[in-house]
Write a protein of this length. Structure first.
Length: 99
């Protein structure tokens, strides 16, 4: 699936979870896929990805509970992404706080 939650700031992520939870039936389940903060803490830095069109350079860093990614493409374009990362206990506490 890939990261399916955490695209916004902490307050907006909580509001999104409130909205999702409100749509569940009694005893319903919500499945979200989360990236491991520990993995990204251990795999920060740059890496080059060779493609047919040239080298794509990826820069990853973790700052607090956020993962920041910058991607530089061979044609000079770039993209920036960020996500809020959650440990299992953090996600459980957030989920419990919204019911």
């Amino acid at each position: 699936m890939g990261q399916s939650f955490g695209y916004f700031d902490a307050q907006t992520n909580r509001e999104v979870l409130v909205s999702l939870a409100s749509g569940l039936r009694d005893n319903g389940r919500l499945i979200i896929d989360l990236w491991s903060p520990e993995f990204f803490i251990a795999h920060q830095g740059e890496r080059d990805l060779k493609t047919l069109r040239g080298t794509v350079r990826e820069h990853k860093r973790v700052d607090g509970d956020r993962l920041f990614v910058k991607v530089d493409y061979p044609d000079g374009a770039e993209e920036k992404f960020e996500w809020q990362l959650f440990t299992p206990p953090q996600m459980k506490a957030l989920a419990n706080s919204v019911g």
